[in-house]
Ligand binder design. Structure first.
Ligand code: 1PZ
Length: 205
């Protein structure tokens, strides 16, 4: 389990996703997600319905990136501009563009907030803190608000299967790194959040 995941690698990929102009490269953003999927898979089958969803969203974005309009999908900024200017986004209800890059990335973006909140709890936790509680507190504060009842229930079941705090630290083995990766993940999150807010995209169906 230990060698399938490294927080260091997640950190490096998200770091590579930030350009000098503080734009976010989609290629590295999804590479960061791929690392997280590998980690989730190593935790067991209970999480496979979650990782399958992430994998399918990564795939949608990869297809845009390698498709004929790929040059517009280099950064999140260029994707938003391109899809909005060409009316490729369903803005209020699902219609002819149910799988736009914008709405797909928004799902991962919201999940990144969960990760940020969870890692922050893990970092400041004490020996008797429960990871399942940290997970669900972080979830209720972020993603849960966007999920229907059935998904929230399934997620609740998955949280019960989450390994304990020691395992997390063994697997990530880098308590110190947590302090370093958090601001970085938070920065990528905030840049995306501001961009989506500015363009009124935070509630895409
Ligand atoms: C380490 C343990 C992992 C805990 C994961 C906590 C987050 C729970 C997320 C539950 C997702 C449930 C399955 C899919 C739901 C989809 O309906 C939604 C909306 O997509 P749409 O239907 O609109 O296309 N998908 C999401 O919200 C994306 C969820 C991604 C979750 C990523 C978790 C990150 C794990 C990192 C591991 C350290």
């Amino acid at each position: 389990m230990a060698d399938t995941f490294s927080l260091q690698r997640v950190l490096e990929t998200f770091r590579s996703s930030l350009s000098e102009k503080k734009e976010v490269y989609i290629k590295y953003y999804i590479a960061g997600w791929q690392e997280l999927v590998a980690f989730m898979n190593s935790l067991g089958n209970v999480f496979s319905f979650i990782s399958k969803d992430v994998v399918s969203k990564i795939q949608i974005l990869e297809n845009f990136l390698s498709g004929e309009n790929g040059s517009h999908y280099v950064t999140i900024q260029s994707m938003v501009k391109y899809e909005l200017e060409n009316e490729l986004v369903d803005l209020t209800k699902r219609g002819s563009h149910p799988e736009s890059g914008c709405r797909t990335l928004l799902r991962l973006h919201r999940a990144l907030r969960w990760l940020e909140l969870f890692l922050e709890r893990l970092r400041t936790s004490t020996e008797d803190s429960k990871t399942s509680v940290m997970c669900s507190d972080a979830y209720n504060e972020s993603l849960a608000q966007h999920h229907p009842w059935l998904i929230r229930k399934a997620v609740g079941v998955a949280f019960c299967a989450i390994p304990g705090r020691d395992t997390f630290f063994d697997v990530m083995h880098v308590v110190a790194l947590l302090g370093e990766s958090l601001p970085l993940i938070a920065e990528v999150y905030q840049i995306t959040e501001d961009l989506y807010a500015k363009n009124n995209l935070l509630e895409l169906p």
